[in-house]
Design a protein around this ligand. Structure first.
Ligand SMILES: Cc1ncc(COP(=O)(O)O)c(C=O)c1O
Length: 370
């Protein structure tokens, strides 16, 4: 039984190096603090059309964009409802891709999995083999871009190129914890649906999920027997076309923050943001290899979350507590009971830069006596 623990409001500020939520700029936090307005006012149309069109521009996509109140998991569910009548192939290589399989099973779909050991990446040739050899007519294949539990970056571009050869099979990408910190050319690789949450590499307060939807996926939903109401592509996109607003009441303050942060992101640009994240990732890997090891398979390390193998047998939980206590910085243990002490994770995403990551690794070295 959980008991109430009164929120006191009295907590020290901590710098976040976890795989989301991550650090949010002060002016973005401040943007939320405004008198409320109605979601059917003209002002809402200004706000929503601005964030949608700015997002398309930032991502360089001609596909449609939905910004919906909820977290990324909403689109894990609605993508399946909107695109899959029967068979779906879910590639799994860690906790979040396994969640995608659970979600699809829960929705009553016929789920096949292409499973990889945690730490390994999904390979396009295996996807091809499965598509060629399976008797199932898959309505969709899913893949996580960045498996936050293991720090693996899957080659979704190559996987998308394979799936593009199967025009009746839609490709769904979970880009939570990657998008905005790891460049992806969405339109060039047959990606029908790609979704993220804003509290990750977009560096916004949580509360919104973003979904990029191809024309084909929109059309497919029209024929689907199980399309989602709340997360229906059609409902959101048609409402946008007619009114430039959302179909139901959105988290307006978070959208105000989104507008502000997306302007910063546009100013930096998708490419430059990618470069800054690459630099942080390379630095973190080099540091990790000097003191520990990297958990992911070589060549598939994430650009936004490093999962570090605890080869020194440090007490991960104790180190995290001490770094938090002494330096007011928070990083993550390994995921779940499987990786809890065997690995630890550093989120180098959003507003961080190489210098701020170095401040964390210095703190870990100090506390762990490396
Ligand atoms: C890869 C991945 N997918 C999905 C999710 C779920 O996102 P949300 O908590 O926004 O629903 C997460 C959260 O960490 C994630 O890292």
């Amino acid at each position: 039984m959980t008991e109430k623990r009164e929120y006191t409001g009295d907590y020290p500020d901590k710098t976040l190096y976890i795989p989301g939520p991550t650090e949010v700029r002060e002016d973005v936090i401040e943007a939320m603090s405004q008198p409320m307005f109605g979601h059917r006012m003209d002002r809402m149309t200004d706000l929503y059309t601005t964030i949608v069109e700015d997002t398309k521009e930032f991502l360089g996509t001609d596909n449609d964009v939905i910004v919906l109140t909820g977290s990324g998991t909403e689109f894990m569910e609605s993508s399946i409802l909107n695109l899959v009548d029967n068979d779906v192939l879910v590639t799994t290589c860690g906790s979040f891709s396994e969640r995608q399989a659970n979600v699809a099973e829960r929705l009553g779909k016929d789920v096949d999995t292409l499973e990889y050991e945690w730490g390994k990446a999904v390979k396009p040739e295996d996807v091809r083999e499965r598509l060629e050899e399976s008797d199932a007519d898959y309505d969709a294949v899913t893949c996580v871009m960045n498996e936050s539990s293991t720090g693996v970056r899957n080659p979704i571009e190559e996987i998308g190129d394979v799936i593009a050869e199967y025009p009746d099979t839609y490709f769904v990408v979970d880009a939570v914890s990657a998008l905005g910190g790891d460049y992806v050319d969405i339109d060039a690789h047959g990606i029908d649906v790609l979704f993220t949450s804003v509290q990750k590499a977009f560096a916004m307060p949580p509360g919104l999920a973003v979904c990029v939807v191809s024309d084909d996926a929109y059309e497919r939903e029209l024929e689907s027997e199980s399309a989602s109401w709340y997360g229906g592509f059609q409902r959101s996109l048609d409402y946008y076309d007619r009114k430039g607003q959302t179909h139901s009441t959105p988290a307006i303050p978070v959208m105000l923050a989104y507008r502000k942060q997306m302007k910063h992101m546009l100013e930096e640009g998708h490419d430059a943001r990618d470069g800054r994240h690459r630099e942080m990732a390379e630095y973190t890997r080099e540091w990790a290899r000097e003191h520990f090891g990297m958990f992911p398979e070589d060549g598939y390390e994430s650009q936004t979350v490093s999962c570090i193998e605890n080869t020194q047998g440090i007490d991960v939980a104790e180190t995290i507590d001490a770094v938090s206590e002494e330096y007011d910085m928070v990083f993550s243990n390994g995921y779940g009971s499987q990786l809890g002490e065997q690995t630890f994770r550093i989120g180098h995403m959003g507003e961080h830069d190489r210098e701020s990551i170095e401040a964390l690794t210095d703190a870990i070295e100090d506390v762990a006596g490396l």
